[in-house]
Design a protein around this ligand. Sequence first.
Ligand SMILES: O=C(O)COP(=O)(O)O
Ligand SMILES: [Mg+2]
Length: 233
Amino acid sequence: MTLRLERPVHGVLFDLDGTLVDSLADIHAAVAGTLAALALPVPDVAAVRGYVGDGVRALLDRALAGALGHAADADLTARATALFEPRYGEQNGRAARLYPGVVAGLDRLGALGLRLAVVTNKPQRFSEALLAGLGIADRFGAVIGGDAAARRKPHADPLLLACARLDVAPADALMVGDSAIDAAAARAAGMPMIAVGYGYHHDDPARWSACVVDRIDAIPDLLATPAPRTGTA
Ligand SMILES: O=C(O)COP(=O)(O)O
Ligand SMILES: [Mg+2]
């Protein structure tokens, strides 16, 4: 996999759901509980996997549309949001697990002196609680949730905010994520992107990222390897 770096990397920004943490079972449980409370058909895990990535509002819009066969009105969306929040607060972290290689990868990146952040569309309080519960909150110099910046991914705002908190120039940072939303945000922020081959993306990550890894602990070696020289010596 090729990673063309024009400058040394000083900061690494990680997406959360589908990249560091397999959180789908908890998200599914909260969505299922929400739809059941509304007396609507409950989606299976595969359906909810396709709804994740654009934050809670989009998650519920998609789940309601899936159950109704058409878009929900504002009143139903508001009721679903009010039902979802406490359910996810309770469920968050119960079944969630770090993907293999995450702790080793974060350790090695930290040992290289890189500053690390999480940039996620999951709301701030749920993100902080999840990272704390998994015992990795202290690895990150910044956690930027989906409600922390003016606009969420795919906009550049949360990535730029993370860089400001880490005191790293965006051009010296790198985004790691599992979706085309992360890739678009990285592009908008002017930074390179590494995709993970697992996660909740809906297509082949090679379509939107030039570099795909199977584990987070493969990343330190990519950063240490100088890009191949082109042209004649
Ligand atoms: O909660 C979401 O919608 C997705 O979260 P992510 O940005 O960490 O993938
Ligand atoms: Mg993700």
